[in-house]
Ligand binder design. Structure first.
Ligand code: GLA
Length: 727
């Protein structure tokens, strides 16, 4: 970190191993962005050009100088009210309803290590691994103070941004928009890459040029959502997997968000990612502080693979926590697609018996074990074991399962309630609903008001009441609807509720992991409806999608891989015909696809043939052989499954000595041309030996020309090859 104090300006430079980020508090105290990109030396204030431009006003400090305009200058934290008409990061309204904010530089401090955020998930790092820069800004009329926080993890090429916003004035004010991350480029011929989707088809890849106007992503669903992931990439228009500049912004947050990429009237590009300003009007009394959730930034000058690797490493090593941050994840079998609601204790025990015979580590009892819950219309909120349905107490079921050498996990949906439940009958006011209106139901359920501490406390106690009944080693934390009717009886300021709800969820999760540090949490929201960096702070893996179809998964997992490590991706082998698509895919294809994730099963082995069971045993042995490479290796996308007839990817160990190659060829055609898959990330000038055939391949040839996929008859044929280097 370099800080250059000039007579009237202060220039701040953040260096990572391969990138440089620079900004300047200028002569008027405006904090201007100068540069973010390939590592460089020097100062870049020469990039700022001034011109008298119509309808781009000038701050009074500039006096007669009509060339100085916030409407044209690149900024670190654009505020509404300074004469910048592009999208702002900060919008403030005072007690009289007057909008306007003008933040000016006050000073800075720097410290070793990475800042932490109160009540919010954030990247963490020790004093050797990171440093923090705080830049202080102030609006002297309102007394609003902002500490802009920059966390720098040089080895990982990661810069994080957050802000503490304090009402230093005497009057109550409202934050109408509070985002901490803005990237302002003085030019840019960028594409925006976003990950859109829907339930059972999440995080699909889309790349669009940023043209004039605003390209946006966001969620107003209360969760980060299936529809848009809170992560976006700005890539040079000629950037590929292997070449060119690109920038990622990933929001460490699990609720409403807004991301924008805007090309302005002067062809400059602004990217913003942070909290949504819709249904958001956060009150701050005198002296109170609001913490804007963190956004992670990374730059790669070597294309998108490197960009993903930066994020993967950061999230694996500096965001996920606990025993399973690095520990091998159990291979699990989940009761959902095996039995849905139609099970009893014996069914679960039988699954565990099969698991023991097949070599599976854990059985997970999914939805349906509590209250009155034989379908999805009732029971949510009643976290009491239905012993009648199970046929025995939970404790004895778990003991029997553990007796087989199998671990036990369980499903919860703590944030939801059915109207047909004891909880709702006793506390109907705990569910979100607007007075005099009928709430919107989804899956016939409502959402509990987690912005209220007493609600969080009550559900926490109930969940602990279950977890204390036996040796539960895994929790699947689900949420099966979007939020609506978010009126809280707990406050007069409804504009704070959606954010406080997320804080309530985080508070619950934090308490849970503190109390049960050895339990593995898997996040879930109808599959991947809350797949974000915020959740990864609490749940090191997240059920990637309710869609277990191997073919669709090649696309879903491809999109997911841009922003998230494979160790985060919940992925299971399920039965055919697939329950979401009706498609038949070969068993091996389902296995190889699920191996690009945490790996497990979502089927009833009793319905399988002996042959298929033997295949499971083999798959499990294979997976265990490569589990460390899969979880910790560098993940390379080798094809684009949206545009090519094959989905292919590889895991390469960091020292480049081991490679696991996987491919799914989609549709065969008559007299098929050969499909060659080019490798990436190998050590140049070496040979790699396919361990099954013993054949050696020159690494450069593998990367230049690729490997021919042998033609096989039939749809969706999968290939997996394991190579080791010969030096
Ligand atoms: C969601 C999850 C599924 C399953 C069901 C249970 O849809 O994504 O995996 O747990 O809920 O109701």
């Amino acid at each position: 970190m370099d800080i250059i104090l000039k007579e009237r300006e202060t220039i701040f430079t953040l260096h990572t191993k391969h990138s440089t980020y620079q900004m300047m508090a200028d002569r008027f105290g405006f904090l201007l962005h100068l540069y973010y990109g390939k590592k460089t030396s020097g100062t870049m204030e020469y990039l700022l050009q001034y011109a008298d431009r119509g309808f781009s006003g000038n701050p009074s400090d500039a006096g007669e100088d009509r060339t100085y305009s916030m409407d044209a200058l690149p900024q670190e934290l654009p505020c509404q009210g300074t004469g910048d008409y592009r999208s702002p990061a900060i919008v403030v309204r005072d007690a009289n309803g007057v909008f306007g904010c003008d933040l000016r530089y006050q000073g800075y401090s720097s410290l070793k290590g990475k800042y932490a955020l109160e009540k919010l998930p954030a990247v963490y790092a020790n004093e050797e691994e990171a440093e923090t820069l705080e830049i202080y800004l102030k609006d002297s009329v309102m007394g609003l103070k902002v500490a802009l926080l920059y966390g720098v993890l040089p080895e990982l090429d990661i810069i994080t941004r957050s802000a503490r916003i304090t009402n230093g004035g005497g009057q109550k004010i409202y934050l109408e928009k509070a985002q901490a991350a803005c990237l302002d480029f003085v030019g840019g011929d960028f594409d925006l890459i976003r990950f859109y989707g829907r339930h059972a088809m999440e995080r699909l890849f889309e790349r669009t040029p940023v043209s004039h106007g605003v390209l946006g992503i966001g969620s107003r669903r209360g969760t980060s959502s299936h529809q848009y992931n809170p992560m976006m990439i700005l890539a040079g228009s000629d950037t590929t997997e292997d070449f060119g500049s690109c920038y990622a912004m990933s929001f460490v947050y699990s609720g409403n968000f807004k991301g924008e990429a805007e090309k302005d009237q002067y062809n400059q590009t602004r990217a913003l990612l942070g909290l949504s300003d819709e249904q958001f009007s956060y009150p701050l009394l005198s002296g109170e502080t609001f913490v804007a959730p963190e956004t992670v930034l990374t730059y790669s000058g070597k294309g998108l693979s490197q960009l993903s690797h930066n994020l993967h490493k950061c999230f694996r090593k500096h965001l996920c926590r606990g025993k399973y941050q690095t520990g091998m994840r159990p291979i699990l079998i989940n009761s959902w697609e095996a039995a849905y609601f139609d099970f009893n204790g014996e069914t679960v025990f039988q699954l565990a018996k099969e698991a023991a015979e097949l070599g599976i580590d854990m059985v997970v009892m999914d939805d349906g074990w509590f209250g009155k819950r034989d379908d999805d219309n009732s029971g949510l909120g009643d976290w009491i074991v239905n012993e009648k349905k199970l046929g025995e107490p939970l404790e004895s079921l778990i003991q029997k399962i553990n007796g087989l050498g199998v671990k036990f996990g369980i499903w919860f949906e703590p944030e939801s309630v059915n109207e047909d439940s004891e909880l709702f009958r006793d506390h109907s006011d705990w569910a979100f609903s607007i007075p005099k209106r009928s709430p919107v139901r989804a899956r016939n359920q409502l959402i509990l008001d987690f912005s209220r501490k007493e609600v969080v406390d009550a559900i926490f106690d109930k969940v602990c009441g279950i977890l204390d009944q036996g040796n539960i080693e895994y929790i699947k934390w689900d949420l099966n609807r979007s939020l609506c009717d978010c009126y809280s009886a707990g406050t007069r300021d409804q504009g704070r509720v959606m954010h406080d709800y997320v804080l309530g969820v985080y508070d619950f999760l934090e308490r849970l992991i503190q109390r049960y540090p050895n339990v593995l949490l898997e996040g879930c929201s109808g599959g991947g409806g809350r797949f974000d960096a915020g959740m990864l702070y609490y749940t090191p893996q997240i059920w990637c999608s309710d869609n277990t179809d191997a073919l669709d998964r090649t696309q879903i997992q491809y999109g997911t891989s841009f922003g998230y490590p494979v160790s985060a991706v919940g992925s299971h082998v399920s039965a055919i015909p697939n329950h979401q698509t009706g498609r038949f895919t070969p068993f091996a294809t389902r296995g190889i696809t699920a191996m690009a994730g945490t790996f497990g099963y979502e089927l009833d082995p009793q319905k399988l043939s002996e042959e298929e069971k033997e295949e499971i045993k083999k798959q499990i042995l294979e997976y265990r052989k490569y589990a460390d490479l899969i979880q910790e290796g560098l993940y390379y996308r080798l094809t684009n499954p949206f545009t090519e007839n094959v989905g292919a990817w590889a895991f390469v160990s960091e020292d480049r000595t081991r490679v696991l190659f996987s491919a799914v060829a989609f549709l065969p055609h008559g007299n098929m041309p050969v499909q060659y898959i080019r490798f990436k990330g190998l050590r140049e000038g070496c040979s790699y030996v396919d361990q099954a055939s013993g054949q050696a391949y020159a690494s450069d040839a593998l990367m230049e020309c690729g490997i021919p996929l042998p033609f096989r008859m039939g749809d969706y044929q999968a290939y997996q090859m394991y190579f080791e280097i010969v030096e």
